[in-house]
Ligand binder design. Structure first.
Ligand code: CMP
Length: 141
């Protein structure tokens, strides 16, 4: 896929540890270019809407409480095969299982406090980019 867009979130644990700059540097070094970015704090309801696919999972309530517990940074990243390459760069969901050199290995704490989120498919990227970025503010780069 020539150029693709994906959504990244730097989660409250990473923002709270002042890792925003380090994580954005990982994206840029990997040629995942930020084309949209904002710092925000979600309400719990907004977190629930974002993670609605996990609604029936046992970790849903805790996940949504955590994701609304402090500021996050949301980014639209663009690049060749961006969705898969971003997932590879993040590493496994559980930082304890993530490979050396991945963002979650370097900066994650546990499966909930795992530093970053990334879209897992073209369908979820479309939903997730639209959840945070509107057509009017969509960056031209
Ligand atoms: P994320 O990529 O943001 O997508 C859903 C999140 O749920 C995931 O990262 C984890 O942080 C969180 N989560 C918490 N517990 C679990 C679990 N047991 N399995 C999968 N994801 C979990």
């Amino acid at each position: 896929i020539m150029s693709e867009r994906t959504l990244a979130i730097i989660k409250p644990d990473a923002v709270g540890q002042h890792l925003v700059g380090a994580i954005i540097q990982c994206y840029e070094k990997a040629e995942l270019i930020p084309i949209g970015m904002k710092l925000m704090r979600l309400t719990k309801a907004q977190a629930e809407g974002f993670y609605y696919v996990h609604k029936h999972r046992p970790f849903y309530d805790s996940l949504c409480s955590f994701m609304s517990s402090g500021p996050i940074v949301v980014l639209a990243l663009a690049g060749v095969n961006a969705i898969q390459r971003h997932r590879d760069l993040m590493g496994a969901t559980d930082p304890a299982k993530a490979a050396e050199g991945t963002i979650r290995k370097a900066y994650g704490t546990d499966i909930e406090h795992n530093a970053v989120h990334g879209s897992d498919s073209p369908e979820s990227a479309q939903f997730e980019l639209g959840y945070f970025f509107s057509a009017l503010e969509w960056p031209q780069r």
